[in-house]
Design a protein around this ligand. Structure first.
Ligand code: ATP
Ligand code: MG
Length: 385
């Protein structure tokens, strides 16, 4: 039998829990082309899955293209040009039923000059012009800055020619943080005059994302609307778990499901991993049903599996002071800065910048009643130290 849970990689239904609100907000905005977004969440909260499900969600909108590019695959301007043109042209093919555009276009990357020119002539219009830019680059008539500019300036021209809107999904955008700053000045200009194109960036390492978007003198400061992607809401997580367990023919009582949810805090990756471990254990141990104790045992196994990774994070990502703060927060949630400091025998001013730094990198967050560690499972691991 296929496992009812999937850990790692992009998930689509039935392995994707709805995220109704997120899809509604982002989908509506994509349809209206009303703003650029920066979707922020720690690792494994489901950013990539959300983007690809947004793409699916907007499938019926024939006059809205939703191309997706993962910047983890990008090493420089040539990759940006290639991946962005490919994503956009494949979307036109799919939604406007224009076959063969990408096949013709991609001749610019490999075929001889003459064949490529002929293909582009066949394409004509803005798409043909877009391809010619690469041929000029191949001939060293233009440099990679101009190629980069074309990567970002043509989508709006293509969109207007084909009378479509474009919601460009740019995943893992923090990967370009170290690129030549020219990229950002190009983007800034394009985002200011983006016609019917809007960008949806995602990022997980706030350190580098901040350098691009959030610092006051960052190149793309105030160009995007920030969207914080949280864990799964309780009712969606519970519905998802119930449905998955029943599809795996597992008899799991309500308390156990509640318990699983509360141990993972609705963080999608842990929800799936813990579910999968439970599923495997019931097969191996031939259990007829699952209760809270089984969930606890599976959770211990999950912590053991993640131990190496958490240890590296613990030792290398945090200063000594940050580790002390985290130990305090792992024991008692929702303390204000004054109380954290007093527990450490320090003044608030001694810890405020360490705390601020961990907020920036989405390790801790500040709620109404104080600070807490965002990753509930990591927090439990710290408590067990
Ligand atoms: N909506 C969801 N419903 C159920 N499971 C999900 C959902 N979103 C993500 N997951 C689970 O979390 C895992 C990680 O998701 P995903 O790769 O989309 O996260 P990410 O935020 O892009 O991670 P990274 O920062 O590593 O790129 C998936 O393999 C899946 O197990
Ligand atoms: Mg991802």
């Amino acid at each position: 039998m296929e496992a009812p849970f999937k850990v790692g990689g992009v998930v689509v239904p039935p392995y994707f829990a709805d995220r109704v609100r997120d899809l509604d907000v982002l989908g509506r905005s994509a349809r209206n082309l009303d703003q650029h977004f920066l979707i922020l969440a720690p690792r494994r909260f489901g950013k990539t899955s959300l983007l690809l499900n947004l793409h699916r969600y907007l499938d019926d909108e024939k006059s809205l293209l939703v191309p997706y590019v993962n910047f983890r695959d990008v090493a420089g301007p040539e990759d940006i040009y290639r991946l962005m043109s490919r994503a956009l042209l494949e979307e036109i093919e799919r939604k406007q039923r224009l076959k063969g555009i990408w096949t013709k276009f991609r001749t610019v990357f490999g075929e001889g000059m003459l064949r490529a020119m002929r293909s582009l002539e066949g394409l004509g219009g803005e798409v043909g012009e877009w391809g010619k830019v690469y041929l000029r680059f191949r001939e060293h008539e233009i440099d990679d800055k101009e190629l980069l500019r074309a990567a970002f300036s043509f989508p709006k021209r293509v969109a207007s020619e084909h009378r479509v809107g474009v919601a460009f999904l740019l995943d893992e955008f923090q990967e370009v943080a170290g690129f030549d700053g020219y990229l950002f000045s190009v983007l800034k200009k394009e985002m200011d005059q983006s016609g019917d194109v809007r960008y949806f960036f995602t990022g997980s390492s706030l350190g580098s994302i901040k350098e691009i978007f959030l610092r006051e003198n960052a190149p793309l400061y105030l160009m995007v609307t920030r969207y914080r992607l949280g864990p799964l809401p309780r009712d969606e997580a519970m519905k998802f778990l119930k449905e998955r367990f029943s599809s795996g023919r597992l008899d799991v009582d309500m308390e156990a499901i509640e318990h699983l949810y509360s141990l993972t805090d609705g963080i999608p990756f842990y929800l799936q991993k813990l579910g999968l471990i439970l599923f495997q254990r019931t097969l191996i141990e031939k259990l007829a049903s699952v209760d809270e104790k089984d969930v606890d045992a599976a959770f211990e196994q999950m912590l053991a599996e993640l131990d190496g990774e958490f240890e590296v994070r613990w030792l290398h990502k945090f200063s000594r002071l940050q580790r002390r703060i985290l130990r305090t927060l792992a024991k008692i949630e929702a303390l204000g800065v004054t109380r954290v400091a007093s527990r450490l025998g320090m003044k608030p001013s001694d810890i405020s910048s360490s705390l601020a730094r961990m907020r920036e990198t989405m390790v801790v967050e500040k709620g109404n009643s104080g600070y807490r560690i965002v990753d509930a499972v990591f927090s439990r691991w710290i408590r067990s130290l």
